[in-house]
Design a protein around this ligand. Structure first.
Ligand code: TYD
Length: 144
């Protein structure tokens, strides 16, 4: 299922006054944006994320600086380097993710398909693997 994760290249309006990128829900990202949050002032060496979601989909963007996103579908693990504000990494439901190697002054913007709900989180990797093996997300693959 790792192939369901993909990079999205957002529109860029280049201008001598500075570049501009915009994102519209259901057009540039494949869901309605219900929440926006961002990680910043991340100390060197810190790891964020470390969970999967039951339903939530999201797009992660390095608005400033750089970091890596480890994505894991329970079988395959991949590392994606983000360092440009016009690229987003789309992560569907049922993917374990960790954000690592933040550069100083980096900002990770997250566009999410749901409001915050702790019940949607799976924070135990072994529990996540068990759900994958039991086919918990197999049907939802067809919706992506
Ligand atoms: P957490 O999901 O652990 O952060 P990350 O996965 O990015 O490392 O969230 C940290 C805390 O912030 C946790 O107590 C829940 C809270 N939180 C909210 O209240 N609303 C939100 O939208 C998010 C993302 C987190």
């Amino acid at each position: 299922r790792i192939r369901l994760c993909r990079m999205i290249d957002f529109p860029v309006v280049t201008d001598y006054r500075g570049n501009l990128t915009f994102i519209e829900e259901c057009k540039h990202v494949p869901f309605e944006i219900k929440r926006v949050y961002y990680l910043y002032d991340v100390p060197t060496g810190a790891t964020r994320g470390g969970h999967a979601h039951i339903e939530l989909e999201q797009v992660i963007i390095a608005l400033s600086g750089s970091f890596e996103v480890i994505i894991d579908d329970g079988y395959t693990r991949k590392k994606v380097f983000l360092n440009r504000p016009h690229y987003g990494l789309y992560i569907p439901r049922g993917i374990w993710r960790e954000l690592v190697n933040f550069s100083s002054n980096s900002v990770a913007l997250v566009l999410a398909s749901m409001p915050y709900d702790e019940k949607d989180y799976i924070r135990d990797y072994e529990k996540f693997r068990k759900m994958v093996r039991e086919g918990f997300w197999d049907e939802s693959d067809k919706r992506v």
